[in-house]
Ligand binder design. Structure first.
Ligand code: DGL
Length: 283
Protein backbone atom coordinates (compact mmCIF):
# COMPACT_ATOMS: atom_id res chain seq x y z
CA UNK A 1 0.00 0.00 0.00
CA UNK A 2 1.54 3.36 -1.00
CA UNK A 3 2.35 5.80 1.82
CA UNK A 4 0.29 8.97 2.37
CA UNK A 5 3.12 11.02 0.81
CA UNK A 6 3.22 8.78 -2.27
CA UNK A 7 -0.59 8.92 -2.58
CA UNK A 8 -0.57 12.73 -2.38
CA UNK A 9 2.13 12.84 -5.03
CA UNK A 10 0.16 10.54 -7.31
CA UNK A 11 -2.95 12.69 -6.84
CA UNK A 12 -0.91 15.74 -7.77
CA UNK A 13 0.45 14.04 -10.91
CA UNK A 14 -3.06 12.98 -11.96
CA UNK A 15 -4.38 16.55 -11.63
CA UNK A 16 -5.09 18.40 -14.88
CA UNK A 17 -2.91 21.03 -16.52
CA UNK A 18 -4.64 24.43 -16.58
CA UNK A 19 -4.34 26.40 -19.83
CA UNK A 20 -5.80 29.84 -20.39
CA UNK A 21 -6.03 32.44 -23.11
CA UNK A 22 -7.90 35.62 -23.89
CA UNK A 23 -10.21 33.57 -26.10
CA UNK A 24 -10.28 30.43 -28.21
CA UNK A 25 -6.94 31.03 -29.95
CA UNK A 26 -5.13 29.26 -27.10
CA UNK A 27 -6.60 26.01 -28.37
CA UNK A 28 -3.65 26.05 -30.83
CA UNK A 29 -1.49 25.60 -27.72
CA UNK A 30 -3.81 22.84 -26.40
CA UNK A 31 -3.47 21.14 -29.78
CA UNK A 32 0.33 21.18 -29.49
CA UNK A 33 0.22 19.98 -25.85
CA UNK A 34 -2.16 17.13 -26.66
CA UNK A 35 0.14 16.03 -29.50
CA UNK A 36 3.22 16.08 -27.24
CA UNK A 37 1.58 14.82 -24.01
CA UNK A 38 -1.51 12.79 -24.98
CA UNK A 39 -2.01 11.32 -21.49
CA UNK A 40 -2.44 14.61 -19.67
CA UNK A 41 -5.88 15.97 -18.74
CA UNK A 42 -6.34 19.65 -19.61
CA UNK A 43 -8.74 22.27 -18.29
CA UNK A 44 -8.89 25.18 -20.72
CA UNK A 45 -10.29 28.62 -20.02
CA UNK A 46 -10.94 31.11 -22.81
CA UNK A 47 -11.94 34.59 -21.68
CA UNK A 48 -14.18 35.01 -24.72
CA UNK A 49 -16.19 37.81 -23.09
CA UNK A 50 -13.11 40.05 -22.86
CA UNK A 51 -11.06 39.06 -25.93
CA UNK A 52 -8.93 40.71 -27.35
CA UNK A 53 -6.24 41.37 -24.76
CA UNK A 54 -3.68 42.40 -27.39
CA UNK A 55 -4.94 45.96 -27.61
CA UNK A 56 -5.29 46.56 -23.82
CA UNK A 57 -2.96 48.17 -21.28
CA UNK A 58 -0.55 45.94 -19.31
CA UNK A 59 -2.44 46.78 -16.05
CA UNK A 60 -5.73 45.52 -17.50
CA UNK A 61 -4.10 42.40 -18.93
CA UNK A 62 -2.52 41.58 -15.52
CA UNK A 63 -5.93 41.99 -13.82
CA UNK A 64 -7.75 39.82 -16.38
CA UNK A 65 -4.99 37.19 -16.28
CA UNK A 66 -5.15 36.94 -12.47
CA UNK A 67 -8.90 36.29 -12.61
CA UNK A 68 -8.38 33.55 -15.22
CA UNK A 69 -5.64 31.94 -13.10
CA UNK A 70 -7.85 32.02 -9.97
CA UNK A 71 -10.69 30.30 -11.86
CA UNK A 72 -8.37 27.51 -13.02
CA UNK A 73 -6.90 27.01 -9.54
CA UNK A 74 -10.39 26.18 -8.33
CA UNK A 75 -10.10 23.13 -10.61
CA UNK A 76 -7.05 22.03 -8.67
CA UNK A 77 -4.72 22.25 -11.68
CA UNK A 78 -1.11 21.11 -11.11
CA UNK A 79 0.49 23.69 -13.39
CA UNK A 80 -0.61 26.76 -15.31
CA UNK A 81 0.15 27.27 -19.00
CA UNK A 82 -0.33 30.83 -20.19
CA UNK A 83 -1.22 30.22 -23.83
CA UNK A 84 -1.75 33.91 -24.55
CA UNK A 85 1.40 35.67 -25.78
CA UNK A 86 0.09 39.04 -24.60
CA UNK A 87 -0.40 37.72 -21.03
CA UNK A 88 2.95 35.88 -21.19
CA UNK A 89 4.57 39.17 -22.24
CA UNK A 90 3.25 41.36 -19.42
CA UNK A 91 1.90 39.23 -16.56
CA UNK A 92 4.08 36.15 -16.13
CA UNK A 93 6.22 37.29 -13.15
CA UNK A 94 3.08 38.51 -11.35
CA UNK A 95 1.26 35.20 -11.89
CA UNK A 96 4.30 33.13 -10.96
CA UNK A 97 4.76 35.01 -7.68
CA UNK A 98 1.07 35.10 -6.73
CA UNK A 99 0.07 31.45 -7.21
CA UNK A 100 1.85 28.54 -5.58
CA UNK A 101 2.15 26.29 -8.65
CA UNK A 102 4.52 26.33 -11.65
CA UNK A 103 3.45 28.84 -14.32
CA UNK A 104 4.85 28.72 -17.84
CA UNK A 105 4.27 31.05 -20.77
CA UNK A 106 4.91 30.90 -24.50
CA UNK A 107 7.50 33.65 -24.94
CA UNK A 108 10.62 31.93 -23.61
CA UNK A 109 9.88 28.75 -25.54
CA UNK A 110 9.23 30.68 -28.77
CA UNK A 111 12.36 32.79 -28.28
CA UNK A 112 14.49 29.69 -27.72
CA UNK A 113 13.12 27.99 -30.83
CA UNK A 114 13.59 31.14 -32.96
CA UNK A 115 17.13 31.68 -31.72
CA UNK A 116 17.88 27.97 -32.18
CA UNK A 117 17.20 27.91 -35.90
CA UNK A 118 18.56 31.36 -36.76
CA UNK A 119 21.73 31.07 -38.85
CA UNK A 120 22.27 34.73 -39.66
CA UNK A 121 21.37 36.12 -36.23
CA UNK A 122 18.40 38.23 -37.28
CA UNK A 123 15.03 37.12 -35.93
CA UNK A 124 11.57 38.40 -36.83
CA UNK A 125 8.59 38.38 -34.47
CA UNK A 126 4.93 38.75 -35.45
CA UNK A 127 2.69 39.47 -32.44
CA UNK A 128 -0.12 41.64 -31.08
CA UNK A 129 0.46 45.35 -30.48
CA UNK A 130 0.63 44.68 -26.71
CA UNK A 131 3.26 41.96 -27.04
CA UNK A 132 5.38 44.03 -29.45
CA UNK A 133 5.16 47.12 -27.19
CA UNK A 134 6.23 45.07 -24.14
CA UNK A 135 9.57 44.13 -25.78
CA UNK A 136 9.21 40.69 -24.15
CA UNK A 137 10.46 38.69 -27.15
CA UNK A 138 13.51 40.97 -27.52
CA UNK A 139 14.32 40.51 -23.82
CA UNK A 140 13.92 36.73 -23.98
CA UNK A 141 16.04 36.47 -27.16
CA UNK A 142 18.76 38.79 -25.82
CA UNK A 143 18.88 36.80 -22.59
CA UNK A 144 19.86 33.82 -24.75
CA UNK A 145 22.29 35.76 -26.93
CA UNK A 146 22.69 39.55 -26.77
CA UNK A 147 24.18 39.64 -30.27
CA UNK A 148 20.97 38.46 -31.95
CA UNK A 149 18.99 41.17 -33.71
CA UNK A 150 15.22 41.23 -33.31
CA UNK A 151 12.66 42.92 -35.56
CA UNK A 152 9.12 42.78 -34.11
CA UNK A 153 6.06 43.75 -36.12
CA UNK A 154 2.46 43.95 -34.84
CA UNK A 155 0.02 41.97 -37.01
CA UNK A 156 -3.38 42.77 -35.43
CA UNK A 157 -5.56 41.87 -38.42
CA UNK A 158 -4.43 38.24 -38.27
CA UNK A 159 -6.55 37.81 -35.11
CA UNK A 160 -9.98 38.53 -36.67
CA UNK A 161 -8.98 36.69 -39.86
CA UNK A 162 -8.16 33.55 -37.85
CA UNK A 163 -11.40 33.87 -35.84
CA UNK A 164 -13.38 34.17 -39.08
CA UNK A 165 -11.59 31.21 -40.61
CA UNK A 166 -10.51 33.50 -43.44
CA UNK A 167 -6.93 32.32 -43.62
CA UNK A 168 -6.31 31.78 -47.33
CA UNK A 169 -6.90 33.79 -50.49
CA UNK A 170 -6.14 37.22 -51.85
CA UNK A 171 -7.15 39.30 -48.78
CA UNK A 172 -5.21 37.37 -46.08
CA UNK A 173 -2.28 37.10 -48.50
CA UNK A 174 -2.32 40.86 -49.15
CA UNK A 175 -2.37 41.55 -45.40
CA UNK A 176 0.42 39.03 -44.79
CA UNK A 177 2.40 40.69 -47.57
CA UNK A 178 2.07 44.05 -45.80
CA UNK A 179 3.05 42.70 -42.35
CA UNK A 180 5.93 40.60 -43.67
CA UNK A 181 7.36 43.44 -45.79
CA UNK A 182 9.52 44.98 -43.02
CA UNK A 183 10.73 41.52 -41.92
CA UNK A 184 11.70 40.52 -45.47
CA UNK A 185 13.40 43.88 -45.95
CA UNK A 186 15.34 43.41 -42.70
CA UNK A 187 16.42 39.98 -44.03
CA UNK A 188 15.41 38.07 -40.92
CA UNK A 189 16.09 34.35 -41.23
CA UNK A 190 13.54 33.06 -38.73
CA UNK A 191 10.10 34.40 -37.85
CA UNK A 192 8.40 33.58 -34.54
CA UNK A 193 4.60 33.42 -34.65
CA UNK A 194 4.14 35.24 -31.34
CA UNK A 195 0.36 35.05 -31.05
CA UNK A 196 -2.06 32.19 -30.42
CA UNK A 197 -3.98 32.92 -33.62
CA UNK A 198 -1.18 33.15 -36.15
CA UNK A 199 -0.49 29.41 -36.65
CA UNK A 200 -3.79 29.31 -38.55
CA UNK A 201 -2.26 31.66 -41.13
CA UNK A 202 1.01 29.76 -41.38
CA UNK A 203 0.38 28.45 -44.91
CA UNK A 204 -0.39 31.96 -46.18
CA UNK A 205 2.61 33.43 -44.33
CA UNK A 206 4.91 30.77 -45.79
CA UNK A 207 3.48 31.34 -49.27
CA UNK A 208 4.32 35.05 -49.06
CA UNK A 209 7.78 34.28 -47.66
CA UNK A 210 8.48 31.77 -50.44
CA UNK A 211 8.40 34.64 -52.93
CA UNK A 212 11.31 36.41 -51.16
CA UNK A 213 14.96 35.91 -52.16
CA UNK A 214 15.85 33.98 -48.98
CA UNK A 215 12.65 32.73 -47.28
CA UNK A 216 12.80 32.89 -43.48
CA UNK A 217 11.84 29.81 -41.47
CA UNK A 218 8.66 30.05 -39.44
CA UNK A 219 8.62 29.05 -35.75
CA UNK A 220 5.39 28.31 -33.91
CA UNK A 221 5.67 29.27 -30.22
CA UNK A 222 2.81 26.85 -29.39
CA UNK A 223 4.86 23.85 -30.54
CA UNK A 224 7.94 25.17 -28.78
CA UNK A 225 5.97 25.50 -25.53
CA UNK A 226 4.68 21.91 -25.70
CA UNK A 227 8.25 20.60 -25.92
CA UNK A 228 9.29 22.76 -22.93
CA UNK A 229 6.24 21.75 -20.92
CA UNK A 230 7.32 18.11 -20.92
CA UNK A 231 10.65 19.15 -19.34
CA UNK A 232 8.95 21.34 -16.72
CA UNK A 233 6.55 18.52 -15.76
CA UNK A 234 9.53 16.19 -15.36
CA UNK A 235 11.44 18.77 -13.35
CA UNK A 236 8.57 19.03 -10.83
CA UNK A 237 7.78 15.27 -10.99
CA UNK A 238 4.32 16.12 -12.31
CA UNK A 239 4.22 14.19 -15.60
CA UNK A 240 1.57 11.53 -15.69
CA UNK A 241 1.41 8.50 -18.00
CA UNK A 242 -1.79 6.52 -17.95
CA UNK A 243 -2.77 3.30 -19.65
CA UNK A 244 -6.51 3.36 -19.04
CA UNK A 245 -7.54 6.23 -21.35
CA UNK A 246 -6.17 9.22 -23.25
CA UNK A 247 -6.12 12.68 -21.69
CA UNK A 248 -9.43 14.53 -21.36
CA UNK A 249 -10.16 18.13 -22.26
CA UNK A 250 -12.64 20.35 -20.46
CA UNK A 251 -13.32 23.81 -21.88
CA UNK A 252 -14.64 26.85 -20.02
CA UNK A 253 -15.54 30.12 -21.71
CA UNK A 254 -16.74 33.43 -20.27
CA UNK A 255 -19.13 34.01 -23.16
CA UNK A 256 -20.63 31.62 -25.70
CA UNK A 257 -19.92 33.16 -29.08
CA UNK A 258 -22.04 32.15 -32.03
CA UNK A 259 -20.72 29.13 -33.92
CA UNK A 260 -18.49 28.47 -30.90
CA UNK A 261 -17.76 24.86 -31.81
CA UNK A 262 -16.74 25.66 -35.41
CA UNK A 263 -14.27 28.30 -34.25
CA UNK A 264 -12.95 26.08 -31.45
CA UNK A 265 -12.50 23.11 -33.82
CA UNK A 266 -10.52 25.29 -36.18
CA UNK A 267 -8.03 26.30 -33.47
CA UNK A 268 -7.87 22.83 -31.98
CA UNK A 269 -7.29 21.32 -35.42
CA UNK A 270 -9.74 18.56 -34.50
CA UNK A 271 -13.31 18.18 -33.36
CA UNK A 272 -14.10 19.13 -29.77
CA UNK A 273 -16.40 16.10 -30.00
CA UNK A 274 -17.89 15.15 -26.65
CA UNK A 275 -15.49 17.23 -24.58
CA UNK A 276 -17.61 19.38 -22.26
CA UNK A 277 -17.84 23.14 -22.81
CA UNK A 278 -19.33 25.37 -20.11
CA UNK A 279 -19.75 29.10 -19.68
CA UNK A 280 -18.52 30.56 -16.35
CA UNK A 281 -18.30 33.98 -14.72
CA UNK A 282 -14.92 35.25 -13.56
CA UNK A 283 -14.62 37.15 -10.30
N1 DGL B 1 -4.26 35.45 -27.38
C1 DGL B 1 -3.68 36.68 -27.87
C2 DGL B 1 -2.15 36.50 -27.97
O1 DGL B 1 -1.64 35.41 -28.13
C3 DGL B 1 -4.26 37.06 -29.21
C4 DGL B 1 -5.70 37.56 -29.13
C5 DGL B 1 -5.87 38.76 -28.25
O2 DGL B 1 -5.43 39.88 -28.64
O3 DGL B 1 -6.41 38.61 -27.17
O4 DGL B 1 -1.44 37.47 -27.87
Amino acid sequence: MPSIGARAMLRRMRAPIGVFDSGLGGLTVVRAIRAALPDEDIVYLGDTARVPYGTRSPETVVRYAASCARALLRHDVKLLVVACNTVSAVALPELASRFGIPVIGVIEAGAKAGAGISQGGRIGVLATAGTVASGAYERAIHALNPRLEVVAVPAPLFVPLAEEGWTEGAIPEGIADRYLGPLIEAQVDSIILGCTHYPLLRTTIERVLSRSAAPAQVVDSAEALAADLRLVLDEYSLRFSRRDRSGQLRVYVTDQPRSFRDVANRFLGASLGDFPVEAIDLE
